[in-house]
Design a protein around this ligand. Structure first.
Ligand code: SF4
Length: 867
């Protein structure tokens, strides 16, 4: 067969030609000799079956799931996909099946809008050129050498004139080149980090083993919608718990698809007011003596005045705060209902249920903590959960579920990859800090004077105003000139995914240079100066992906790099040559060796549930064939079989030795197994938490859970809260994970745009009051920006609450300042809070009919095709 890929890559591409080619490759594979002759499609399909092969390629996106993905590769092109068919599906041993996004990856990898060549903004020149044209300038194609010379020269210029701290970014190269300004804070997990660390010694991160969830009688899901936000198996596992007899209660502003699929009791609660609801639950339980006093006395400190940590003011106990003993405000269901919107009877019902049903799982997602003053929710959630005593027992638990572990998985890690063998270089500007996730590190250490960077939420103000908050030490000057995003794992689209895009664009237009690598023209690259075309994971040597603790997934190389795309490692090596940093220094071992190391070091748990053994059998022939260094070893599965199968999943059955009850050892013997907290116990009163949050220099909290209205919460929707006179921004916006995207990834895929329209959702009664109709285009404004979208009305969302899926790629009308795509960060403000959590679920907006032309459906929008 003639080489499809070669014909395609040799071709001079007009957009039309590429669409034709791409469609031919990715739809039905009906033209094996593309464009040469007509052929019957059935015959063509059979021919392709003979000529192609299935390659396992795990989905690589940061969605919350982790699934097996297989591509049928014909001459380097994936013509169809399938998911896990490696074994029969069963509840105990479920297939790891992908969602619509993962199954659309071929449209992403082979899409018409892949970046094909290095390019620069026409009016950029060293120092910035016409900075105001960022985002609307023309693009000029560059040769690779030209692009690399420009980038290396600009890095040198900025470093020599302004120093490394004028660069925001992280990569191996930049750390070897003197480092850069790192940023800290919390996006995904909201405010959970520090409360978990100091109150619970991280005992409540992640859940117990998924099979144990079937022992529960009641499962509370707070702010959770796994059917949308955790693709893959989590919802399936919850259905097994339901089948086994568990009742479900969901707390949310939205009767979401998970509520309906689990036939759950629904407790409505306004965004950012969850703390008030939790305090009322505590009040009811105390009044009715439903708290597990024995558990509180044995395993916690701070619940009441008789059980306070040493040195704490006895009046600062939680029980007296809830009862209003000293502040005169009992936190009754009536008090809470006015704030959170939950009917009083529902609050009493809910409190009665959690106070009397055992065993119960009380779990929260990260979403309710993605608010201004998010820590207060975390404090209240843990405290009320602990009041029920559901810790360390079968079918019980008080959990915050981490997306990477997959909601309702939890438990021990049963199989894990080995290290890749590549050490991370230290950032010389921040001692002890190595290149890793995000820009550098998740949370600043406010007590160390040499260890602070800038909060994510303060980035744009820092660029515009020349200073940022160096934790409790106050403001420090800065002169930020460059954004550097050439790093492994393209897709750090932070201009789109951080709050306050309008301010972000202003800040971007002040800088000297913005360099990115990307696979498509995502928002950050659209506003950049030089963009380098990167390979997708399907064009790399391979890696092992993890997430589900029961399985690992192989991402094999599927095809050669498309067009002139290169790996980020290649880019850094080529830049290193120009900056005097050797390949040996940057990447002392090859990608292939790294992949091999990871496979060879993989471990799997033994049947005793304690010890681990090597997973992969590797022969001398394997090592020779790979051309790598290594030793033969005996494992459970042959290397070639693992690579072909694409995953290794540990088989489970109820009663096996592989389960785990979180916190059991501590609860059985708190004195013998003290926790790593200040007191060795679970801390309802936690002074070190309050001190550390204060030290960040943003907002403060009390050592116990208290309700204080957040910025842009429910209270701020009023002009006058006492008289209930609404203000200019009367609605509360919640920003949901939406099945069309994994954060902002996949927003460019037309098939997903068609399946999941980006509608703006509001309660039908709210819409009727404003004369707004389903399907018409509405203008949504906040204090920070404005978007237009088509309206979808429903009775399943609380009145006063509106929602949009997060992650749409901003599409700005420069004249009006309106974003047509419905990017939620156009509306969200970048408020500094607590430990630098993004306050995505505290945002006030107003909605009106749009007087411009109606929006056409996203699936008809032009894709960002540059060359
Ligand atoms: S996007 Fe997530 S849930 Fe969907 S296939 Fe990929 S890993 Fe699985």
């Amino acid at each position: 067969m003639a080489s499809l890929m070669k014909q395609a890559l040799d071709k001079k591409f007009s957009r039309k030609a590429f669409i034709g080619w791409s469609a031919a490759l990715t739809t039905a594979a009906a033209a094996p000799a593309y464009g040469l002759k007509k052929i019957d499609s059935k015959v063509a399909a059979e021919k392709l079956e003979e000529e192609g092969r299935w390659v396992s390629a795990s989905c690589w996106h940061n969605c919350g799931g982790r699934c097996l993905n297989k591509g049928f590769v014909v001459d380097g092109v994936v013509t169809k996909q399938k998911t896990d068919d490696t074994h029969e599906d069963s509840p105990d041993y479920p297939q790891q099946r992908g969602c619509a996004r993962g199954r659309s990856q071929r449209h992403q990898v082979f899409g018409v809008d892949r970046l094909k060549y290095p390019m620069k903004r026409k009016h950029w020149e060293p120092g910035g050129g016409k900075k105001e044209l960022r985002g609307k300038d023309e693009w000029v194609r560059l040769e690779w050498d030209e692009a690399l010379d420009l980038v290396a020269d600009e890095l040198k210029r900025v470093k020599e004139n302004y120093g490394n701290k004028s660069i925001i970014g992280a990569s191996r190269l930049i750390n070897h080149y003197g480092g850069a300004l790192v940023r800290w804070g919390s996006s995904s997990s909201g405010a959970w980090g520090k409360p978990q660390q100091h109150m619970a010694a991280n005992l409540s991160w992640g859940g117990s083993d998924r099979l144990d969830w079937r022992n529960s009688k009641l499962i509370v899901m707070w702010g959770s919608n796994p059917a949308w936000s955790n693709g893959g198996n989590p919802q399936y596992n919850l259905m097994q718990a339901k089948k086994a007899g568990a009742k479900f209660i969901f707390v949310d502003p939205f009767i979401n698809p998970s509520v309906r699929s689990l036939d759950a009791e629904f407790i409505p609660c306004r965004p950012g007011t969850d703390t008030a609801l939790l305090l009322a639950l505590a009040y009811y339980m105390i009044e009715n003596d439903l708290q597990d006093q024995d558990f509180l006395d044995r395993c916690t400190v701070g619940f009441d005045k008789d059980n306070m940590p040493e040195g704490a003011d006895p009046k600062e106990n939680f029980k007296d705060y809830v009862l209003g003993t000293y502040d005169g405000v009992p936190k009754t269901p009536e008090w809470a209902s006015e704030i959170c919107g939950t009917p009083v009877e529902k609050i009493r019902f809910f409190a009665q249920e959690i106070g009397t049903t055992k065993p119960m799982i009380f779990q929260s997602s990260f979403a309710p903590a993605r608010t201004h003053r998010g820590q207060q929710f975390c404090q209240a959630f843990l405290t009320v959960g602990w009041m029920t005593g559901n810790v360390g027992k079968p079918g019980a638990g008080v959990f915050t579920l981490n997306y990477a572990r997959n909601q309702s998985y939890g438990g021990k890690t049963l199989v894990m990859p080995g290290g890749r063998g590549l050490e991370s270089p230290e950032n010389p500007l921040f001692p002890g800090l190595t290149f890793g996730a995000y820009d550098g590190y998740r949370f600043a250490a406010p007590t160390r004077t040499d260890f602070h960077g800038m909060a994510y939420t303060e980035t744009y103000d820092a660029i515009l105003n020349g200073e940022y908050t160096a934790t409790v030490r106050g403001k420090v000057p800065c002169d930020i000139r460059m954004i550097w995003k050439v790093r492994p794992g393209s897709g750090d689209n932070f201009l789109n995914q951080s709050s306050d895009i309008p301010k972000g664009i202003k800040a971007f237009r002040k800088l000297d240079s913005i360099i990115t690598n990307d696979i498509v023209l995502s928002t950050i690259s659209k506003y950049a100066d030089i963009v380098l075309p990167a390979t997708t994971e399907w064009e790399k040597e391979g890696r092992i992906n993890t997430g589900n603790p029961e399985a690992i997934f192989i991402a094999n190389k599927v095809t050669e790099p498309l067009f002139e795309a290169r790996t980020e490692e290649w880019m850094e090596v080529e830049l290193g040559k120009r900056l005097g940093i050797s390949e040996e220094t940057l990447f002392p071992i090859s990608d292939k060796q790294q992949f091999f190391n990871s496979l060879a070091g993989s471990q799997v748990i033994q049947d005793n549930g304690e010890d681990y053994e090597p997973l992969v059998t590797i022969t001398k022939e394997d090592i020779d064939e790979w051309g790598v260094e290594g030793e033969p070893q005996q494992g459970r599965i042959d290397l070639s079989e693992l690579l072909e199968k694409g995953s290794y999943q540990v088989k489970r059955s109820p009663g096996d030795n592989l389960g785990d009850i979180k916190g059991k050892a501590y609860v059985d013997d708190p004195e013998g197994n003290p926790l790593d907290t200040e007191t060795g116990k679970l801390e309802i009163h936690c002074q070190i938490l309050a001190d550390e949050i204060a030290a960040y220099g943003f907002t403060t909290i009390a050592p116990i859970a208290k309700y204080e209205p957040p910025l842009e919460g429910y209270e701020d929707t009023f002009e006058n809260y006492e008289t209930k006179e609404k203000g200019e921004f009367p609605f509360q916006l919640v920003t949901l994970h939406y099945p069309r995207r994994s954060h902002s990834v996949f927003d460019n895929v037309p098939q997903l745009r068609e399946a999941f329209p980006q509608d703006f959702v509001m309660n039908k009664r709210d819409a009727d009051e404003r004369g707004l109709k389903d399907g018409e285009t509405v203008l949504i404004r906040s204090r920070h920006g404005k978007v237009i979208r088509n309206l979808f009305t429903t009775e399943t969302l609380m009145p006063g609450v509106v929602t949009l899926g997060e992650g749409a790629w901003v599409d700005l009308d420069e004249e009006t300042g309106i974003d047509r795509a419905g990017a939620t960060n156009m509306l969200n403000g970048a408020h500094n809070s607590g430990q630098g959590e993004e306050p995505w679920n505290t945002c006030n907006v107003t909605v009106e009919k749009y007087d411009g032309p109606p929006l056409k459906a996203d699936k008809y929008w032009e894709q960002r095709v540059i060359f």
